[in-house]
Design a protein around this ligand. Structure first.
Ligand SMILES: Cc1ncc(COP(=O)(O)O)c(C=O)c1O
Length: 276
């Protein structure tokens, strides 16, 4: 695999960054994961826009847009990826450890593409989730590499024999460990509004647009764990999870415990949008 590190192209086995990199020491970095469908990046503009927002909020002086040619070259240097992902990370750079934000000339930029082994199990049959208290910070709208609580939540789900963890702050459901979350109630989609407690997901955005097009109303408002458990249907959205139905939470069936008709309509519209 040929990867991009700080302006250079190299084999992934030889790629490295400084031990003083601020991402290593402080998670002082933003990242994006972009889906590749049929050899083409999906919704690149939206990913770059979100990355720029994160960079600006963290005051990392870097133009995300300048990476477009790098991303194109990555596909050329790693040909034949029908279905895969791009991973890109931009960090403030390397500097002796200190809490204040150093004004660095050279950010660290790492990017690679890789094919994805597609697994349709959850897409087809639905997954099972647990609830985990959301102890993350109040800047979840920035896609930083500080994902330890997301990782721990996922691990809790796996240890309990489930597929994913659904975060809640007190009674309010926010999102899942690496996805946004929609419930279906009485024919409407309900999802937590964008703000400090969730990542403004690109897939979430696409699903809201698609729902509008096929006549399914979407309400963006906070909702509770009880509302989720009493929902007709539930699905998660994310770049790698796509539109993932969930049929059981904390051992309780959602609706009739089967993937529901509205979720299937959204999945169909999503497949069409990705051209797969
Ligand atoms: C915490 C969290 N929420 C939501 C999402 C979904 O965002 P997107 O649809 O842009 O992949 C992700 C994706 O990684 C995530 O990590």
């Amino acid at each position: 695999m040929i990867v991009y590190v700080n302006g250079q192209w190299m084999d992934d086995s030889t790629a490295s960054v400084s031990f003083q990199d601020r991402a290593f020491v402080f998670a002082d970095a933003v990242y994006e994961v972009v889906y590749i469908y049929k050899g083409t990046y999906f919704k690149m503009d939206l990913h770059l826009e979100r990355m720029q927002n994160g960079l600006d909020k963290l005051r990392i002086p870097f133009r995300a847009d300048d990476l477009r040619s790098v991303f194109d070259e990555l596909l050329q240097r790693n040909p034949g990826i029908e279905r895969g992902i791009l991973y890109v990370q931009v960090t403030r750079g390397a500097a002796p450890r200190a809490h204040g934000l150093p004004r660095l000339e050279q950010p660290t930029v790492v990017a690679y593409v890789k094919p994805l082994q597609y697994d349709s199990r959850i897409w087809d049959n639905g997954g099972r989730a647990v609830f985990v208290e959301d102890l993350r910070w109040h800047m979840c709208n920035i896609k930083t590499t500080g994902l330890l609580l997301n990782c721990m939540a996922k691990e809790t789900a796996l240890e309990r024999g489930c597929d994913d963890a659904i975060f809640h702050r007190g009674e309010i459901v926010t999102e899942a460990s690496a996805s946004n979350l929609f419930i279906v109630k009485d024919g409407n989609l309900v999802t937590h509004p964008n703000g400090p407690w969730i990542l403004p997901g690109i897939t979430r955005h696409v699903v809201i647009e698609l729902a509008g097009k096929i006549g399914i109303p979407v309400i963006e408002r906070p909702f509770t764990k009880d509302e989720l458990l009493a929902a007709d249907e539930l699905f998660l959205t994310g770049t790698t999870s796509e539109v993932a139905p969930y049929v059981e939470v904390e051992g309780q069936p959602i609706g009739n415990g089967q993937v529901g008709p509205i979720t299937r309509r959204i999945q169909k519209a999503f497949r069409q949008a990705t051209g797969m």
